[in-house]
Design a protein around this ligand. Structure first.
Ligand code: NAP
Length: 302
């Protein structure tokens, strides 16, 4: 934001319920300030019953766009004029762009994940095999993105096996990429067949295991099977350096933290609203100081 609000200030924001612990205002306002863009980013606490009115307001008040977070990511789809391929496939929207009154819904979670892998580990998914731990919303977004980017095979494991099977079936049906599940019979990752870990070029931890305040509990995995040449990525970003990442790094894998995905999904939204390259360092610093501020408690979200 430039100094003060003017008659020309463009408004962006985040629509969620609740939104008070969102990191996004800090990250985007720091970016606007660094580039002296006449934009401001504000939180909009919107209960589910008010979502249709809030979406109409984005159009009617001429907002540049908004992020959408829990619990509205799916409910917002039918309220929009157009959806990106990622939004259609994931069935979730985290970014709305207002193009002269036409509201376009997109999902930058998967693309943010991929950009983080490329920039932080030089990992290109084409022809590669990925093992994904988890089958929730984030796992779905990144699995679809990996498939669209030409991954050879996805192997999915999850506490609820039906959810893993549904995601694997969906990936193969929609993208033609081979997707398998491995069972998690005893509810512990030690029981994941070693071949799945050995075969994987990329291992993604997409469950909340290891997240603050439970960051002392390791994700139970046979870490001795990780190897050099493999990339291990944890979506958990609080703490940034999780036990999963520490132990995978100790076994020789290249590690990518969850802050990267968080940063790049925001950077992609920023670029859609402003048409300007996002100041990544400024945004990463803002994320880190936000994270340190909430380290004494609180439940953060996008
Ligand atoms: P979600 O939709 O609620 O899915 C949670 C997933 O974790 C499901 O697969 C669930 O298994 C599994 N799970 C939950 N508790 C578990 C436990 N105690 N043991 C084993 N598995 C467990 O959540 P999400 O949105 O996918 O988020 C997953 C994680 O990614 C969270 O930690 C979130 O903070 C993080 N995330 C990070 C970013 C980023 O930008 N870095 C973005 C999005 C999410 P079931 O299906 O069996 O319930």
């Amino acid at each position: 934001m430039v100094s003060g609000i003017s008659g020309r200030t463009r408004v962006c924001g985040i629509v969620g319920w609740p939104v008070e612990h969102s990191f996004s205002p800090a990250m985007h306002n720091a970016a606007f300030a660094a580039l002296e863009l006449d934009y401001v980013y504000v939180p909009f606490p919107v209960p589910p019953s008010n979502l249709p009115g809030a979406v109409t307001a984005v159009r009617d008040l001429g907002l540049a766009g908004v992020n959408v977070t829990i619990p509205h990511k799916t409910a917002v789809l039918p309220l929009l004029d157009e959806l990106s391929r990622e939004a259609r496939l994931t069935g979730a929207v985290n970014t709305i762009v207002n193009r002269s009154g036409r509201l376009i819904g997109d999902n930058t979670d998967g693309k943010g994940f991929l950009r983080s892998l490329v920039e932080n580990a030089k990992f290109l998914p084409s022809g590669k095999t990925a093992l994904i731990l988890g089958a929730g919303g984030a796992a779905r977004a990144l699995a679809i993105e990996l498939a669209l980017a030409g991954a050879k095979k996805l192997v999915i494991t999850n506490r609820s096996q039906e959810r893993a099977a549904e995601l694997a079936g969906f990936i193969t049906e929609k993208t033609g990429v081979k997707a398998e599940i491995v069972p998690w019979p005893a509810g512990r990752f030690e029981t994941i067949p070693g071949e799945a870990l050995l075969e994987a070029d990329l291992v993604v931890q997409a469950t909340p295991l290891g997240m603050y305040p439970n960051d002392v509990s390791a994700v139970p995995l046979p870490f001795e099977l990780f190897r050099p040449g493999q990339v291990a990525c944890d979506l958990v970003y609080n703490p940034v350096e999780t036990i999963f990442l520490k132990r995978a790094a100790r076994a020789g894998a290249t590690v990518v933290d969850g802050l990267g995905m968080l940063l790049y999904q925001g950077a992609l939204s920023f670029e859609m609203w402003t048409g300007v390259a996002a100041p990544l360092e400024v945004m990463r610093d803002a994320l880190l100081s936000w994270k340190n501020k909430i380290a004494d408690g609180g439940k953060e979200n996008c």
